[in-house]
Design a protein around this ligand. Structure first.
Ligand SMILES: Nc1ncnc2c1ncn2[C@@H]1O[C@H](COP(=O)(O)OP(=O)(O)O)[C@@H](O)[C@H]1O
Ligand SMILES: [Mg+2]
Length: 277
């Protein structure tokens, strides 16, 4: 059994005049515990809808979403699934509930009745993981965007999730803030948490174990970064190339030959050194 199993999932919204708008069509994939999966695709391709299906915020119009053997359609599973699958959204300002940082992080576990001493432990741990321990007694309003987003992640971590879904969580941040969040996500993934990251940032996508590309609500590609960037899918689906891949392509037009699809900077440097030696 995989940790996440989507079978023939479709999801429709109702438009104002009552017509159904199909946001996802027949989407099937599985994710194993500990994987780092990037979900990419143009605006409107269904990424956020998919994210909300993963923790039972939405249930499929048809097909099924099963998390650790629990079907999201069964309301008896909702509570467990919400604890298991944590979500980090785009705007950190919409995710803070309390003024003081440690209170904000404690809010989730308090709400589900975690005992006091354990809440303290969880808050300490979560703030430590995101590197915000020194700020615990301060007000969230004075933080940078990246710091706010790290506090939002700590709040989700305090629920001890096994899966973290980032929905364009770095898109409102400056490069420094983006780097901070990516480092936190990578560290959490190394500690065994499954990460599903929705992003337009192909720097980040090349670090993933797998990239799933959505196009108009359907899966257009599901493979390693190398497989996906070697295909014509990124172009068809409006994805940028990772910076190293773009450079390699330019160099290719200038006569350089790379044995394999270049996706990382290391591969670019290696390929160049071989030819310049
Ligand atoms: N609350 C909603 N009501 C109606 N249609 C929606 C709603 N949310 C999203 N949609 C539509 O569903 C499709 C997929 O949206 P979304 O999952 O937000 O895509 P993405 O996150 O990839 O930009 C789009 O056509 C969008 O307009
Ligand atoms: Mg979205």
């Amino acid at each position: 059994m995989s940790q996440i199993e989507l079978s023939a999932v479709s999801y429709s919204y109702r438009s104002g005049d009552g017509r159904a708008l199909r946001a996802l069509r027949n989407v099937s994939f599985t994710v194993e515990k500990g994987e780092f999966v990037v979900l990419a695709g143009m605006n409107g391709s269904g990424k956020s809808t998919l994210a909300k299906l993963l923790n039972g915020l939405y249930v499929p119009s048809s097909g099924s979403v099963v998390i650790d053997g629990m079907d999201t359609r069964d309301e008896n599973n909702t509570f467990e699934i919400r604890k298991k699958v944590g979500m980090v959204f785009q705007n950190p300002d919409n995710q803070t509930v309390a003024t003081i940082i440690e209170d904000d992080v404690a809010f989730g576990p308090e709400n589900i009745g975690v005992p006091r001493e354990e809440i303290v432990e969880r808050v300490n741990w979560a703030l430590d993981v995101v590197g915000m321990s020194d700020y615990r007694g301060r007000s969230a309003s004075k933080l940078s965007g990246g710091q706010k987003q790290r506090v939002a992640i700590a709040g989700v971590l305090a629920m001890k999730p096994e899966v973290l879904v980032f929905d364009e969580s770095t898109s409102m941040l400056d490069p420094e803030g983006r780097r901070e969040i990516m480092q936190v996500a990578e560290a959490l993934n190394r500690s065994g948490i499954t990460v599903i990251s929705i992003t337009h940032n192909m720097d980040e996508a090349v670090l993933a174990d797998r990239i799933i590309v959505l196009k108009k609500g359907k899966i257009a590609a599901d493979g390693t970064p190398k497989e996906v960037f070697a295909s014509s899918v990124p172009e068809e689906c409006g994805l940028c190339l990772p910076p190293a891949a773009a450079v390699a392509r330019e160099l290719g037009e200038a006569g350089f030959v790379f044995d394999d699809t270049v996706v990382t900077e290391e591969e670019l440097v290696e390929g160049l050194c071989r030819q310049l030696a």
